[in-house]
Design a protein around this ligand. Sequence first.
Ligand SMILES: [Fe+2]
Length: 151
Amino acid sequence: MPGDNTTKALNDSLNGLLADYFTLYLKTKNYHWHVAGPNFRELHLMFDEQATELFALTDIIAERVRKNGGDTLTSIAAIAGKTALKDDDRTKIDAMEMVKVLRDDNAALVTAIRAVKDAATEAGDNATEGLADDWTDQAQQRVWFLTQTLG
Ligand SMILES: [Fe+2]
């Protein structure tokens, strides 16, 4: 088999990324729900588009782990234990602060995806390797939109 250890490392990396996606999904929804100010409509809509994009990938990432013979995440507690991103329970944040936080989190996601891709190369999982490039492009698009919003 192409290295049990490299596959295990890849699955751990994928599960970490999955936890990051769930965390960032909920954080982006928090901002969608609580954003206020003169740019309300624009930001409310952009945050929702981004949240939808994040959520859509969660099933794909989880099923890569299962196709590699691993177990994936099972609960909110499992997500909290695995994510590298911070929750944000604030509801009254300046709208541009929300944009900055999401820009930084999505940039961190780009780095995490790169680590998953490297682990996929090591494990000989070319399906995950190929998917990771699409995930990167999507995350970079979010970073771009958020960065441009800051002016
Ligand atoms: Fe909504």
